[in-house]
Design a protein around this ligand. Structure first.
Ligand SMILES: CC(C)(COP(=O)(O)OP(=O)(O)OC[C@H]1O[C@@H](n2cnc3c(N)ncnc32)[C@H](O)[C@@H]1OP(=O)(O)O)[C@@H](O)C(=O)NCCC(=O)NCCS
Length: 213
């Protein structure tokens, strides 16, 4: 299972995944005025614009997550709720860092809404450092909403990109294509399990989507 460019059939499911993920992570921590403006329609519109730059994973029309790069910023990283905790985010992050490097960014940044502790934990695991808290414009229909965010930064080096790519290949070799693979096949092969050499991997008891490893 590899990271791929988004296709037209991914648009609606990606917008829904994004909207749901945004609500999961943000409804408890953002002002109500922003929550009420963050409609599904607004996410569909933004996703339609972003589609040429979206990288995703999973079957066409049924993606598990995505990332979006904007200049030197990792602008969005989302994984569907049922696929979290399974290493999907790590593979998306590796792809995002490689793309940033290929685009010439040696130092990248991302904004994580203050209080989004799960995302913050993930970024720290992935080697990003909290630089400061700042107020940034969050896109809403017809304008912007000021939102306090933790700014994370990471210096990207060629060496780490190569290492990341190798890790990605190692992890991918252990992940079956979800299409055509059965739960039993996954269990027998231990394909979701990681060795000590693979970062962020999960061991027995973890889940990939609805599948128990
Ligand atoms: C952010 C996201 C992509 C990370 O992917 P993931 O599959 O959840 O990542 P992981 O499970 O590998 O890492 C999350 C970590 O947070 C921990 N965690 C879970 N819930 C937590 C919480 N409420 N507070 C703090 N940490 C939490 C997990 O245990 C895990 O850490 P561990 O591996 O040390 O145990 C995913 O959670 C997501 O899509 N969230 C909603 C959208 C979002 O917030 N995107 C980022 C916008 S800035």
């Amino acid at each position: 299972m590899s990271v791929r460019s988004a296709e037209a059939a991914d648009l609606a499911p990606l917008a829904l995944l994004w909207w749901r993920g945004w609500r999961d992570a943000h409804l408890p921590i953002v002002p109500k005025a922003l929550a009420t403006r963050s409609t599904l329609d607004s996410f569909i519109d933004r996703m339609a614009v972003a589609m040429p730059r979206i990288r995703t994973m999973g079957p066409v029309g049924a993606p598990f997550g995505f990332h979006l790069i904007k200049g030197d910023e990792l602008h969005q990283l989302y994984v569907a709720e049922e696929s979290r905790g399974a290493g999907i985010a790590a593979l998306l992050m590796i792809d995002a860092e490689n793309r940033l490097l290929e685009a010439g960014a040696t130092k990248s940044w991302l904004a994580c809404t203050v209080g989004n502790t799960r995302a913050a934990r993930f970024y720290q695991k992935a080697g990003w450092t909290l630089a400061r808290t700042q107020t940034l414009p969050s896109e809403i229909p017809g304008g912007w909403f000021p939102l306090k965010a933790w700014r994370y930064e990471k210096t990207l080096t060629q060496r780490s990109a190569w290492a990341a790519r190798a890790e990605s290949e190692q992890l991918e070799a252990r992940l079956p294509s979800l299409r055509g693979s059965t739960e039993d096949e996954g269990r027998q092969a231990g394909v979701y399990l990681t060795s000590d050499g693979v970062p962020w991997g999960r061991r027995a008891g973890d889940r990939l989507g609805s599948r128990q490893v």
